[in-house]
Write a protein that binds this ligand. Structure first.
Ligand code: BGC
Length: 834
């Protein structure tokens, strides 16, 4: 059994936690009674438990086992997972689809903005609406379970899935995830919150052993999951990684201790895809379902029961958990409401609203934005993603959008007749044809087609006139394993590396407009002749491919064209991208390719340049001071171009705030300089920053970020006044006034941070988000805002007694516009109620 020895150390603290119990996390908008999704209509006996027991009593072992593992769906809708049900007993199949930014099936769906953009709005009501949209679509598209939300914290700026989750703060994450689950499940779709727990990076995600202490786990990563459970999530997906020596999908302390004993979770736990590692151990630890197949929970489980190695009662328990949730959603007695039709119009409206609400204006100088008057009629749009809509990230969060306009189209439309809106590529992500004159034999490597079962070889010479850096770009159809082999001077340019990263393509610059996968590699070439050998096999479907490249000269020409366009226009809007996917982490927070050089050249030509970022997470911005404005749109979904345009032109006022700190550079963030912390050494990774995740680390270490957590600008200004603090039970209440002091209507997120408790002998955060409120104000309007901070937000985890302990004594409360922009400060004594 993997990790048997080290599991003991995990048990020593996790098991103790489980025994001790924890307190409830405050819900953002308290509607606990609607939390758990549809309740069965009041009906005749037997009640749910009896009904489930009766069903189990009538099932054969084979039937029971068939409910506990994935199978091939004969009528697949393109979803990720399937269980067949037991038709003779009226138990229907379950279809399980991704994911976090919309329903991923083999059909069009609403591509919503990435969760990180949703989170930026700091608006639990929008999270509910987001959930409702996916919930309805999921049911309309024939699904029963949604593999979402992803609630793992952003711990490292390199993690490939930072766009799929909410941010670096546990309070904000907890409140948003609860509302999203209420939204999803309120429409009748079962939500599977993921990945339990500590899947905070993609590097070695299937094997990395996360070494974490009890307090860090409890205070940072777990609150989001706990909140999901308390909001009634029907299912939990276990993570790939290990936690303190044991795979998360067979960790008794996590799956039984924390989840069930402590939090009272009564739904089922499934694996992440291919994340099962054992039969008896995993089942005994609390795992109920293997996905997407039955390597351990199929025939092996049936046999283990037959042989007496696994008590059938354990199988019954797992089946009972699945059926109980199905029953709660009306799936067992035909009580589920009929599947609705899709409403693409409503989906698009929600996608637009949320992308607009979440866009974060990071910088706005020299009156660059909004675009009005002559500035709105003479615009250069620069960058490949100005003309290709960047909709979503890659991997299981990828959604096939109903439609997606490019920013160029929406900007042109908004600028109107008579306006001049030019586009310059600036950076060529798909490469240019290698001229036949550089090749001998002069057979082009463009538009090659190799028929099924056939092979094609090119064995010749590439002649390079000057030593130069070339970026080779390969476009190919078919699976990653079937791509052409390209050898340059006997060196393979696009080697196939084992691991999931090869199978996931990123977002929209990783696929050509005609649907081919793209790989890029930069090579320093010396002048002269190089041997080039390309071998391609047609496979069963045939193979289409192109080999292209960029050189210093082609890149300079692209930049020169962008500079010309920038000079000729009043304003420049430059779209920069970074293309992330699950399955791999990035290696730098710098923009990929030669985008930094492009931005430097363009901002020099026109200082009224707005850089729009379509990136997964934070980005280093060595060119920041040269820009007029920077607008962070992350992966904005199918309505991203319209939302971006509305914000650029001031039709909407920016109202998003960063949910993660942006570091200045690759060596100034919590993971820098310590490979044991990230990406791990010898398969082990230590969360040695402890509770100092995100902004807590920058505060503790006195490191200046590029942009702090909670930062976001508006086209109007807000003033804060009159802080009053009082105790509310064992918690606190802050009341203050926010006034819109500018000339435009806008929204502000008033953020409340608390300082450490002098009574707790623990390292604590210098400030921690304890509450917030999003307020819309007309010009001149003032509103009294009241923010409640529940006792739990003022508590720390006591590792001796394995429970939450209130941080009593005088505590500082800061109210402001970001974690580093306090406008009001007060102090109040925190005491136990009564
Ligand atoms: C991902 C999950 C996803 C699953 C099914 C896995 O690779 O980690 O988040 O739900 O695939 O697509």
């Amino acid at each position: 059994m993997p990790g048997a020895l080290s599991r003991r150390s995990a048990l020593s603290f996790l098991g103790a936690m489980a025994a001790a119990g924890g307190g409830g996390w405050p819900a953002a908008a308290a509607e606990p009674d609607t939390a758990a999704g549809p309740r069965p209509a009041p009906g005749p006996a037997p009640g749910p438990a009896a009904r489930v027991d009766t069903l189990i009593g009538r099932m054969t072992l084979e039937e029971k086992v068939s409910l506990l593992h994935g199978a091939k769906d004969p009528l697949s809708l393109g979803q990720a997972g399937y269980t067949p049900g037991v038709p003779r007993l009226g138990i229907p199949p379950l279809r399980l689809a991704d994911g976090p930014a919309g329903v991923r099936v083999a059909r069009h769906a609403t591509a919503l903005p990435a969760p990180v953009l949703l989170a930026s709005a700091f608006d639990p009501a929008l999270a509910r609406e987001y959930g409702r949209t996916i919930g309805r679509e999921g049911r309309a598209l024939g699904q029963d379970v949604l593999l979402s939300p992803m609630v793992n914290l952003i711990r490292t700026p390199y993690a490939g899935r930072d766009f799929e989750t909410f941010g670096e703060d546990p309070l904000l994450t907890s409140q948003l995830v609860a509302e999203e689950i209420r939204g999803i499940q309120g429409e009748g779709l079962i939500a599977a919150v993921k990945h339990f727990a500590l899947n905070n990076q993609e590097h070695e995600r299937e094997s990395i052993d996360v070494v974490v202490d009890e307090r860090t786990l409890r205070e940072m990563e777990l609150p989001g999951f706990e909140s999901a459970v308390r909001a009634g999530a029907g299912a939990v997906m276990g993570a790939y990684n290990k936690v303190n020596g044991a795979f998360a999908c067979e960790s008794g302390p996590l799956l039984t201790g924390v989840l069930r004993t402590d939090w009272g979770f009564d739904g089922w736990v499934m694996t992440d895809w291919h994340a099962a590692h054992s039969t008896a151990a995993a089942l005994g630890a609390g795992l109920d379902m293997e996905m997407p197949d039955g390597e351990y929970f199929g025939e092996a489980l049936r046999k283990a029961v037959a042989d007496g190695a696994v008590p059938e009662a354990q199988v019954d328990r797992a089946v009972g958990r699945v059926l109980t949730v199905m029953d709660r959603f009306g799936l067992l007695d035909g009580g589920a409401p009929p599947r609705p039709g899709r409403d693409p119009g409503a989906g698009a409206r929600t996608a637009l609203k949320i992308a607009t609400a979440g866009g974060v204006l990071l910088r706005n100088e020299r009156g660059t934005l909004p675009l009005t008057g002559p500035a709105a009629r003479s615009i250069a749009v620069v960058g490949p993603t100005g003309a290709i809509p960047f909709v979503s990230g890659g991997g299981s969060a990828h959604v096939v959008p109903d439609h997606a306009a490019s920013p160029l189209e929406t900007i042109r439309e908004r600028a109107g007749e008579g306006a001049r809106v030019d586009h310059a590529l600036g950076e060529d992500v798909f490469g240019k044809t290698i001229p036949a004159t550089a090749l001998s034999p002069a057979t082009g490597l463009e538009e090659r087609k190799v028929a099924a079962g056939k092979s094609w070889t090119y064995d010749g010479t590439l002649t390079v006139d000057e030593s130069d850096e070339w970026t080779f770009v390969l476009h190919f159809s078919g699976p990653p394993t079937g791509r052409p082999k390209v050898l340059l001077d006997d060196e393979e340019l696009f080697p196939f590396r084992a691991g999931l990263g090869e199978y996931f393509t990123g977002g929209f610059v990783s696929t050509t407009p005609d649907g081919l996968a793209v790989r890029r590699t930069a090579v320093a070439l010396t002048a002269g002749k190089h041997r080039l050998k390309v071998t391609a096999k047609g496979g069963s479907e045939g193979l289409a491919f192109r080999l292209r490249r960029t050189t210093s000269a082609t890149r300079a020409a692209d930049v020169a064209e962008a500079v010309r366009a920038a000079r000729a226009a009043h304003r420049v809007v430059l779209f920069a991208y970074e293309d992330a996917t699950e399955g791999r982490d990035r290696t730098t927070i710098a923009l990929p390719g030669h985008q930094n050089a492009l931005i430097t050249a363009v901002t020099e030509a026109n200082p009224h340049t707005t850089v729009v970022l379509n990136t997964s997470s934070c980005t280093a911005m060595p060119w920041l001071e040269r820009t007029g404005a920077v607008l962070q749109m992350y992966y904005p979904g199918q309505e991203g171009a319209a939302a971006t345009t509305a914000l650029l032109f001031g039709d909407a006022n920016p109202s998003g705030w960063l949910t993660q700190t942006f570091p200045v550079s690759d060596d100034r963030h919590p993971m820098a300089g310590d490979p044991r912390r990230y990406p791990g050494v010898d398969g082990r990774e230590e969360y040695s920053e402890g509770i100092h995740v995100g902004y807590r680390w920058y505060d503790a270490e006195g490191v200046r970020p590029l942009f702090p957590f909670g930062h976001g600008l508006s086209y109007t200004t807000f003033a804060y006044a009159g802080l009053r603090l009082r105790r509310h039970g064992s918690g606190l209440e802050a009341a203050f006034t926010v006034r819109n002091t500018g000339r435009r209507a806008g929204a502000e997120v008033a953020q409340v941070y608390v300082g450490p408790s002098p009574d707790l002998p623990l390292t604590q955060a210098e400030r921690a988000l304890a509450g917030y409120r999003r307020v819309h104000l007309r010009p001149g309007e003032a509103r009294t805002v009241t923010v409640r901070m529940a006792a739990r937000t003022l508590s720390s985890w006591d590792t001796e007694r394995h429970r939450w302990v209130l941080g009593t004594g005088p505590r500082t409360v800061e109210v402001g516009s970001s974690s580093r922009d306090p406008r009001l400060r007060g102090r109040i004594e925190v005491r136990h109620r009564g």
